[in-house]
Design a protein around this ligand. Structure first.
Ligand code: AMP
Ligand code: MN
Length: 383
């Protein structure tokens, strides 16, 4: 599912904050967001900027946030984060529709075409980050070119990028999926890593660029092509950058993944989290020098879908790979019946008995999955 950062949302409730006379809480879907008092009424639409929205300083509408601007990826602007005010968590930025002609213009156009009611519904399904030049903030070592100036190949288009929708954006999930079985796993806080193997006889092979086998001997296997990617980049085997880059290949070689995937002789992509002492802030607390790949999914390249979670666990074990910790398989109603219940459950310990980032729920019968990030993690990490 494509992440939508800037959306039109309906305020489902407004609650006062004890002892505060200038602010109150607005609820939109599964989010609670502190707003100026009397800015919104229940049932009203607003423009909602989800956490991790990066708002560009050039747009004068963000001038009021100027004292909190940061530099990121060559741009100046404001990163929307979780924070607490008067003991209440606030996530996202909710602003009046009227501040955004880009949005009201679209609404007007939809209204002319479809009538008022349908226009409101359609507008809520649109996303406005493009129109408002809002980007998704990401830790830099995940991003194209983040650790290396040299141009790099993007992750092959035949592989689904790892991404998880936040449960707050799926307020109806607990009713609609309550009897369905989900795998509950620990969300690990490292960097997304994908290793793939494409057989020589697969029609997907032509999507890959030519490579120089002398420079990238492991990439060219007798029966197909092997590759190692971060979330966005297909990393060259001869990349000798000092930062996080080489860890991907080092970890892949340590587990002999090229040989192992070539021996399986199936066009598959193993996706997991690269974690270790030099990755991100080593939230999981691994000892110095430790790095490993924790599998969470296997993408079937020819079928263009994920293997069922249980099969993924079995395959990881067969290849001698670690898998992210699996809490178990349960009907959704036994895991949680509401967003707040799931967020409660997301708090808790992960690997190494440390507080975890959160949990990921994967439906066993389809590609549907979503995440719940612990609010205490978000607050602690300034996210
Ligand atoms: P985020 O880190 O908030 O962008 O959430 C999505 C990312 O979580 C994915 O791209 C994965 O790299 C990562 N992740 C960590 N643990 C898991 C897990 N158990 N299942 C799926 N994704 C995971
Ligand atoms: Mn992450």
């Amino acid at each position: 599912m494509l992440r939508r950062l800037v959306t039109v949302r309906k305020v489902t409730d407004i609650q006062p904050i004890k002892g505060a006379d200038r602010i109150e809480i607005a609820f939109v879907d599964g989010w609670q967001c502190i707003v100026k008092k009397e800015g919104f009424r229940k049932g009203q639409l607003g423009v909602f900027f989800e956490i991790d929205s990066f708002l560009p300083a050039e747009d004068k509408r963000w001038a009021f946030l100027g004292s909190n601007f940061i530099n990121w990826n060559g741009h100046r602007g404001f990163r929307v984060k979780s924070h607490k005010m008067r003991g209440q968590i606030s996530q996202g930025l909710l602003l009046p529709l009227g501040d955004f002609p880009e949005v009201t213009g679209k609404l007007k156009q939809l209204e002319d075409e479809h009538g008022r009611e349908e226009a409101e519904e359609l507008a809520q399904k649109s996303s406005f980050e493009g129109a408002l030049k809002v980007q998704k903030w990401e830790a830099m070592d995940n991003k194209t070119g983040g650790w290396n100036e040299t141009p790099q190949e993007p992750i092959p288009s035949f592989i689904r990028k790892t991404d998880q929708e936040r449960c707050q954006n799926l307020p109806n999930v607990f009713e609609e999926w309550k009897d369905e079985i989900f795998q509950e796993s620990t969300k690990m806080d490292g960097s997304s890593m994908t290793v793939y193997f494409v057989r020589n006889d697969s029609d997907k092979l032509q999507a890959l660029p030519e490579v120089d086998a002398a420079k990238q001997p492991t990439v060219v296997q007798p029966n197909g092509r092997f590759g190692v990617c971060s979330r966005n980049v297909d990393i060259a085997e001869d990349n000798n950058d000092k930062a996080a880059g080489p860890q991907y290949w080092r970890v892949a070689k340590k587990s002999r993944l090229a040989e192992q995937l070539s021996a399986l002789n199936r066009s598959l992509a193993f996706q997991g989290e690269l974690c270790g002492s030099t990755v991100q802030s080593n939230f999981e607390g691994f000892p110095a020098g430790f790095h490993d790949f924790f599998v969470f999914a296997v993408w079937d390249i020819d079928a263009q879908r994920y293997l069922p979670p249980k099969e993924t666990e079995v395959m990881a074990e067969q290849l001698g790979l670690r898998h992210v910790p699996v809490v178990g398989y349960f009907p959704l109603r036994e895991i949680a019946t509401s967003v707040s219940g799931l967020l409660q459950r997301a708090e808790g310990v992960g690997l190494n008995k440390r507080k975890r980032e959160g949990i990921v729920l994967k439906h066993v019968g389809s590609d549907f999955s979503f995440k719940a990030i612990s609010n205490s993690y978000l607050l602690k990490h300034g996210e």
